[in-house]
Structure formats: structure tokens, C-alpha cells
Write a protein that binds this ligand. Structure first.
Ligand SMILES: [Zn+2]
Ligand SMILES: [Zn+2]
Ligand SMILES: [Zn+2]
Ligand SMILES: [Zn+2]
Ligand SMILES: [Zn+2]
Length: 231
């Protein structure tokens, strides 16, 4: 039968005889009293009643509607000190029975299944970190949020942030080189233009020297022609 009570061996001090369930031989868990005043674990007596409807102690008939849960007794059993069920693994803690769940949730000697998919290894909570560091199934999303799933092998090389920075730096250098080339080209053009301007200036000067007297003659002709016309 599935045991309803607490294992006697768990208790630091041997529990009182009155606290033992006669059906499961364990310490009463959720104790109920039946009409004949005998006390059992609730689970134990309900399972018993499926087969026979008499008290396992005194054989008197049991009425399921006349069963009372003994809350006070349950509470005082909860105050009894027990040992951690991980004692074999090395836990030496003792605590009130009612705090068992609290202790187990942080017990360093509780077995834990490796959370990484496909691993299946078991480690004590205190060794979980060490296992995680060497777990071949370790996987993690890139903490920089690039969406890459990292494994032990790829984690060391992966640095999307640095790659992005390098790409950005490379681009900036290309842009700087292009800007410098453009500046040089503009300087060269400006030099050429200045040289051309000087050349044009010289050409103009030489033209002015040869043209000037001609322009004077034309002006004289013009005035004389207009004067002739008016008279
Ligand atoms: Zn029981
Ligand atoms: Zn009885
Ligand atoms: Zn423990
Ligand atoms: Zn693992
Ligand atoms: Zn990344």
C-alpha cells in the first residue's frame, strides 16, 4: 500500500507511540479520528475503507461521515524536528517537519536535473554550477540580443557587438579615405584652374596690346559717320 504517513527514521527523536498510524506504521500525516476514537492518517484510512468498513484496530464499523481531522495534532506533529532526506548525500540539517518544503527548495544536497536539453545529467544543487561549466549540452541565447544560440564551442568566438563595431570602424575608414581623395582632387582642380586663369590673363593682355589702336579707329569712324549722316 502507498504509505500515507511520514517515515519514522526521518525524525531526530523517536516519535511517540501515539503518533504512529497502525496502517502504514509511519508518523500520522493529516490525522483523522473515527467514531471509535482510533486515529489514522487520512489517506491510509480512506484506502482501508475501500476494502473493509471496520476499524483496523478494534473491528468496530466505521462511518465515513463521522471522521474528524485533528488539526491541533497535525500542527504539533509539524513541530517535530526531522532530518533532511538528503542526509545520505551529506546534508546534516534538521528542521521542523512543517519547514521541510522550505529546506528542500534550497538544500545544497538535493539532486537536480541539468536544465540543458539533451543532457539528462544529475548533480547536487551545490555542484550544479560546476556541472554547468562543463556541460556539453550547455546552450544560451546571445546576451547581446542578436538571436544566436551559443554553445560552449561557439561562445568564445561569438561577439556580435565587437563584429558590429569592427564593421562600423572599417566603414568609417573607407569613408575617410574617400573624403581625403576627393579633397586632393579638388585641390588639383583648383591648381589647374588658377594656372588656366593666369594663362587666360596673359592671352588677354597680349590681345589688348594688339587690339587697342584698332578699337580707337573704329570709334573715330563711327562718330564721323553719324556726324555725316545728321548733316
Ligand atoms: Zn498511515
Ligand atoms: Zn477502532
Ligand atoms: Zn538538506
Ligand atoms: Zn548538463
Ligand atoms: Zn550575439
Amino acid at each position: 500500500m502507498d504509505s500515507g504517513g511520514y517515515e519514522v527514521d526521518l525524525f531526530v527523536d523517536p516519535p511517540d507511540h501515539d503518533l504512529i498510524c497502525i496502517i502504514c506504521r509511519g508518523v500520522l500525516q493529516c490525522p483523522v479520528r473515527v467514531a471509535c476514537h482510533h486515529i489514522f492518517c487520512k489517506k491510509c484510512i480512506l484506502q482501508w475503507l475501500k476494502r473493509q468498513e471496520t476499524c483496523p484496530c478494534c473491528r468496530k464499523p466505521i462511518n465515513q461521515n463521522l471522521m474528524f481531522v485533528l488539526f491541533k495534532l497535525s500542527k504539533s506533529i509539524g513541530r517535530l524536528r526531522i532530518k533532511c532526506h538528503n542526509e545520505v548525500q551529506g546534508c546534516t540539517a534538521t528542521f521542523p517537519l512543517s519547514d521541510e518544503y522550505l529546506h528542500i527548495s534550497t538544500c545544497p544536497f538535493e539532486w537536480q536535473l541539468c536544465p540543458h536539453q539533451g543532457c539528462g545529467a544529475r548533480a547536487l544543487r551545490k555542484d550544479a554550477r560546476a556541472h554547468e561549466q562543463s556541460c556539453p549540452h550547455w546552450r544560451q541565447m546571445c546576451p547581446m540580443g542578436c538571436g544566436t544560440v551559443l554553445s560552449r564551442a561557439t561562445q568564445a568566438q561569438h561577439n556580435c557587438y565587437r563584429q558590429l563595431q569592427q564593421r562600423y570602424e572599417a566603414q568609417r575608414q573607407t569613408h575617410r579615405a574617400i573624403a581625403a581623395a576627393l579633397r586632393r582632387k579638388i585641390m588639383r582642380m583648383q591648381n589647374t584652374m588658377a594656372h588656366m586663369r593666369r594663362q587666360i590673363g596673359l592671352i588677354c593682355e597680349s590681345l589688348e596690346v594688339t587690339e587697342e589702336p584698332e578699337r580707337g579707329e573704329n570709334a573715330g569712324e563711327g562718330t564721323s559717320a553719324s556726324a555725316a549722316g545728321s548733316s
